[in-house]
Ligand binder design. Structure first.
Ligand code: FAD
Ligand code: UDP
Length: 380
């Protein structure tokens, strides 16, 4: 073994693939779960054949040419474009907030400039732009914030929105056109044969060995000395929580087969109000309208519930509160004292990374650290 990768998510798989294919290294990937691919994993539902994203709908989008070229080596993509709707006060609206949402919410026909002026007026209050609440109010004004963001965010994060970082809401565009697309990136689509097939293709190299159901911490002592480690598990767990626990959100997913060919008419519907306990419902058949083998009388839906992660839960979203940021800086210091361990991915860097960002940062780690390190060794 030349390199050990902990975690087979898109970060770990990108590192394993590059090191095996470009440098001829023998790479072992340890994966705690019973499947590869981390949170992007999908599989066919046994009853209906509908592809289910086990950890919630995963939409691939990027404006990074290098990442787009790279991922197209392992899968073709459909031309799927994501659109989301949100239920508030018994009505349904387009999300992210666009001219259609604004006109429907205020019950008026507004030209773009009129809508801009209205929101500017409603956003005129002093709020800290570094917090989620302050940033959101400055973007969309108080009434839209109260309707579509406040309670959804409370369900998703259970954290005072004045204590959450502004970047979380900066992910959502606000548009003064009727463009209801969720993402604004140059490239968007879904893997034609599914995420499972894409992820397996990445690991399909004779120099890559993936060991499923294997927790790094139970095998740590067996790692031969001098073998570098790329670690994509939770940062605080690596150091045995020496500096305290970082805050994570976990999700509970309730999956159900319903006896109808169409439950909600689209792939994701958000629920903005506090009286509904879940944040959203996914209906997976709508992610692949091009597939003609899906049954006409059955559909798979998944309700998503969010809560604080305990140590035994899967950590999904870094909360990144002020206190978390203090703890994080201490872990970053500790990480610097481990020259043979590279921390990466969503869990290993405690960052809210989308798939394309995880792949992009793995490609950078390969270029900037692994390639120089192994190139010297391979030459000698
Ligand atoms: P992960 O996918 O989390 O993989 C880490 C792997 O490490 C896991 O498989 C874990 O089991 C394993 N591991 C951890 N500890 C150990 C250990 N001790 N030993 C062995 N293995 C271990 N991105 C998008 O671009 N579009 C989306 O629509 C989107 N939706 C998302 C929805 C949800 C609910 C979540 C949680 C994420 C979403 N993402 C989305 C983000 C996307 O899942 C991540 O960017 C991507 O999975 C990051 O990959 P990763 O390799 O960093 O982490
Ligand atoms: N958000 C919201 N209402 C919505 C959708 C999103 O308040 O209908 C907020 C919420 O705080 C969420 C953030 O915007 O965490 C980012 O949304 P995104 O859809 O990117 O979250 P993800 O899909 O990653 O959970």
């Amino acid at each position: 073994m030349d390199l050990l990768v902990v975690g087979s998510g898109l970060f770990g798989l990108t590192i394993a693939e590059r090191c095996a294919a470009e440098l001829g290294l023998r790479v072992t990937v340890l994966e705690r779960r019973s499947h590869i691919g981390g949170n992007a994993y999908s599989e066919a539902d046994p009853e209906t054949g509908i592809e289910v994203h086990r950890y919630g709908s995963h939409l691939f989008h990027t404006s990074n040419d290098r990442v787009w070229t790279y991922v197209n080596r392992f899968t073709e993509f459909s031309d799927y474009q994501h659109r989301v709707y949100t239920v508030h006060g018994g009505k349904i609206y387009s999300m992210p907030i666009n001219l259609g949402t604004i006109c429907s919410f205020f019950g008026r026909v507004l030209a773009p400039d009129e809508a801009r002026a209205l929101i500017r007026e409603q956003a005129a209050e002093t709020a800290d732009p570094h917090t989620l609440e302050g940033k959101a109010v400055s973007m969309i004004g108080r009434p839209l914030y109260e309707a579509f963001i406040r309670h959804y965010t409370a369900k998703q994060w259970q954290t005072d929105p004045r204590d959450l970082p502004a970047e979380i809401i900066g992910r959502l565009p606000v548009r003064y056109t009727f463009d209801g697309r969720y993402f604004s990136d140059t490239y968007e689509g879904l893997p034609k044969d599914g995420y499972g097939a894409w992820l397996r293709n990445m690991a399909d190299h004779p120099n890559i060995e993936v060991r499923l159901d294997t927790d790094f911490f139970e095998h740590r002592k067996e790692v031969p000395p001098g073998v570098p480690i790329v670690y994509t598990g939770p940062l605080d767990r690596y150091f045995d929580y020496a500096e305290g626990e970082l805050g994570w959100r976990t999700l509970d997913f309730q999956t159900e087969v319903r006896a109808t060919g169409d439950f909600q008419g689209t792939s994701v519907v958000n629920y903005a109000d506090p009286d509904v306990p879940f944040t959203r419902i996914h209906e997976f058949r709508h992610l692949h309208p091009e597939r003609d083998h899906y049954p006409a009388d059955k559909t798979v839906i998944m309700r998503e519930f969010s809560r604080f992660a305990e140590r035994s839960d899967e950590p999904y979203y870094p909360i990144n509160s002020r206190n978390d940021r203090k703890i994080l800086s201490r872990y970053r210091e500790l990480a610097r004292s481990e020259p043979d361990v590279f921390f990466g991915g969503r869990l290993g860097t405690y960052k809210y990374l989308d798939m394309h960002m995880a792949i992009g940062s793995a490609l950078s780690l390969f270029d900037n650290h692994l390639l120089p390190r192994f190139a010297t060794r391979l030459r000698s």
